[in-house]
Design a protein around this ligand. Sequence first.
Ligand code: NAD
Ligand code: MG
Length: 398
Amino acid sequence: MTSITRQRVTVLGATGSVGASTLDVIARHPDRYQVHALTAHTSKETLLGQCLRFRPAVAVLANETDARWLRAELQRANQPTEVLVGPEPLCDVARDASVDIVMAAIVGAAGLLPSLAAAEAGKRVLLANKEALVMSGALFMQAVARSGATLLPIDSEHNAIYQCLPPEHRGGLSRHGVSQLLLTASGGPFRTWSEAAIARVTPEQACAHPNWSMGRKISVDSATLMNKGLELIEACWLFDARPDQIQVVVHPQSVIHSMAAYHDGSVLAQLGNPDMRTPIAYGLAWPERIDAGVEALDLFQVARLEFETADEARFPCLPLAREAMRSGGLAPVVLNAANEVAVEAFLNHRLGFLGIAQLVEEALSSSVDGSADCLESILWTDQRARQRAAGWLERWSA
Ligand code: NAD
Ligand code: MG
C-alpha cells in the first residue's frame, strides 16, 4: 500500500446517508484514500463501527456523554482515535493542515461553519450540504476563490450540470455558450396526488422516496419540492446563474440527473442509476474516474424517460425558494431557517404537510432586509427566523 500518496479525507456527517455512501466508495480504494476524521451528531454506535473500520485520527460527536462512551469503546478495542466534542472541532477537522479532501455532508444549517472552514482552508470540498450555499452563497464562493479551494458539487443534479459544463465555467453562463440549466426533479412521492390527499400525508409517507434513499430532512424537502427550490438557489451560486436561467424539469425516473442547454441547440445530459456513490466518486477522484460500486445503467430496463412541468400550485415551496433567491440578501437564510423548523415540526407530528409551505411563506412575508455579506448577520438572521417560526408554530397549535 502506498500510504505516502494517499489523500486524507475528513467526512463531516459520516453517519448519514451521504456520509455512509462516501465511506463505501473510500473502502473500495484503500490505495487512494485514508480517513483523517469522521463526525456525527449523536449516532455514536454507527460512528464506533466506522471508527473501527476506517481507523481515523479524530472522531467528533455533539455531546460529552456520547463522547465518553465512544472513548471507552475505542480504548477497549485498543484504538487510538481521539474523540472530540462540539461545533469547534468540526471546523478544526475540516481545516486541518493534513487534510486534502473534505466531504461536507452534515444536514442543515449546522453544516455551514465546518463547510465554510474547509472552503477557507483551500481544501478539495465535496459539497453535499446545500443549506450552506443557500445561506451564505456569496461568502462561500468568495472563500473558495480566495483560498483556491476546489469546490465539487455532490448534489446529484449539480454534479450532473458540472459534468455537462465546460471545465472553466466561471463568469456567467452565456459567456460559455450556455443558454439554460435544466434541473431535473423526481417530483417526490406525492407528484400525482391531489391537494386534499397531500394535506393528510404522514412523515412515514413523506420519507419513502420513490427513487433515492436519503436522510429524513431531505426526504421531506423532496416531497414538498423545497429540495428543488434549495437546489435552484444552490445552482445559481455554483454556476453563476440567474434564477430565470434555471428550468425545473420533473423527470419521474431520475435517470437523467440534470442537463445544460447551449445556444447552438445542444443539450448535454448526465445519466446514471440514482445512486449517490456516482457523484461522490466523481468528487473524490476528479478529474479522474474511479469505480463507485454502482451498477451500469441499463437503458433497456429504463425503457422510457418522461418529462413534465412542476405543479407550483400544489407544491408552493418551489416558487417560494425562487422568489427568495430573486429577492436576494438574507431572504434565502430566512427561507432555509423557517423550512428547517417546519420540517422538524412535521416530522414530530406538530405540523401538517401543507403547514411547511405556510410557515415558510409567513416567515418570508415579514421584513428580511439586509445583505448576506457577513457571517454575523447570516447567523443572527438564521437564529431570529428560527425563533419567530417557533413562535408561529406555538400560536398555530394553541
Ligand atoms: P442524514 O440525516 O442522513 O445525515 C446527516 C449527518 O449529519 C449525520 O451524520 C448526522 O449525525 C450529522 N448531523 C446532523 N445534525 C448535526 C448537527 N447539528 N451537528 C453536527 N452533525 C450533525 O442526511 P443526508 O441525507 O446524508 O444529507 C446530508 C446533506 O447532504 C444534506 O444537506 C442533504 O441536503 C445533502 N444531500 C443528500 C443527498 C442524499 O441522497 N441523502 C443527496 C443530495 C444532497
Ligand atoms: Mg439533489
